[in-house]
Design a protein around this ligand. Structure first.
Ligand SMILES: CC(C)(COP(=O)(O)OP(=O)(O)OC[C@H]1O[C@@H](n2cnc3c(N)ncnc32)[C@H](O)[C@@H]1OP(=O)(O)O)[C@@H](O)C(=O)NCCC(=O)NCCS
Length: 187
C-alpha cells in the first residue's frame, strides 16, 4: 500500500477560509484542474481564452469569501462566493474593482470552483459549493447565480441548479468559451 493510500484510509476533511499564503498551491491546483477536467471539453483556442478570463482572483480571498477543502491537510478543492458584481474577469485582471452587490436585491455570485483531479468525483466540489452557499445565505443573500463551464454545469445541475441560458463568453480578443448562466434560490 502506498503512503497516500494509507493516509486516505482515515481521511480528515476540513473546510477553511483561503489565505493569500495559499496562492501558490491554489494556482497550481487550478491549472491541474482545468487541464485535466475541462480542457478535453474545449478546443485549443478556447483553452487559451479560458485561462485569460479566469485569472487567479485575489479579491475573492481579500473579501474573505473563498474556501479550501483539505484532505489530511492537503488542498483538494477550492471555491467561493462573491458579493461583487462580476461572475468572471473579461479583462483578465480579477474583480477587485467591481461594485458591491446588495443582498436585498442582488444574487450572490458563485466563483472559481476547482477540484484537484486526484480527488475528482469524491464529493469535495459539492462540499465547497454548499459551504459557499451557506455563507452567502448567512450574509443575507436570497439568490445565487453563476456562470458555469461545461464541466461545472454537471456539478451544479446535480446540486439542483437551473440553467437559465447557454452563453458564449470571452474577452473580445480571442475565441469564445461556452458556458451556462445558472441561478437558484437560497432562502
Ligand atoms: C466542476 C468540478 C469543480 C467538480 O468537482 P468534483 O469535486 O469532482 O465534484 P463532486 O464530486 O462534488 O460531484 C458531484 C456531482 O456532480 C456531478 N458531476 C461532477 N463532475 C462530473 C463529470 N465530470 N461528469 C458528470 N457528472 C459530474 C455528478 O453528479 C457528481 O456526483 P457523482 O460523482 O456521485 O455522480 C471539477 O470537475 C473541476 O474542477 N472542473 C474543472 C474546473 C471547472 O470547470 N470548474 C467549474 C467552474 S464554473
Amino acid at each position: 500500500m502506498t503512503y497516500q493510500a494509507a493516509i486516505l484510509e482515515t481521511p480528515i476533511i476540513e473546510i477553511r477560509r483561503a489565505t493569500l499564503a495559499d496562492r501558490p498551491a491554489l494556482e497550481e491546483m487550478k491549472e491541474r484542474s482545468i487541464s485535466t477536467l475541462l480542457d478535453p471539453l474545449m478546443t485549443p483556442e478556447q483553452r487559451t481564452e479560458m485561462r485569460r478570463i479566469t485569472p487567479f482572483d485575489p479579491a475573492l480571498i481579500e473579501d474573505g469569501t473563498y474556501y479550501v477543502a483539505t484532505v489530511n491537510g492537503w488542498i483538494a478543492a477550492s471555491g467561493g462566493w462573491s458579493r461583487r458584481a462580476a461572475l468572471f474577469s473579461p479583462n483578465g485582471r480579477g474583480t477587485g474593482d467591481a461594485p458591491m452587490l446588495d443582498p436585498e436585491t442582488d444574487a450572490a455570485g458563485i466563483r472559481a470552483m476547482y477540484t484537484n483531479p486526484d480527488f475528482a468525483r469524491k464529493g469535495l466540489g459539492s462540499l465547497v459549493l454548499s459551504t459557499a452557499l451557506a455563507a452567502a445565505r448567512l450574509a443575507g443573500f436570497q439568490r445565487a447565480q453563476l456562470l458555469a463551464t461545461v464541466a461545472g454545469e454537471r456539478l451544479y445541475r446535480a446540486a439542483g441548479w437551473r440553467s437559465d441560458e447557454q452563453v458564449m463568453v470571452g474577452s473580445g480578443d480571442g475565441a469564445v468559451v461556452p458556458g451556462y448562466r445558472m441561478s437558484r434560490d437560497i432562502r
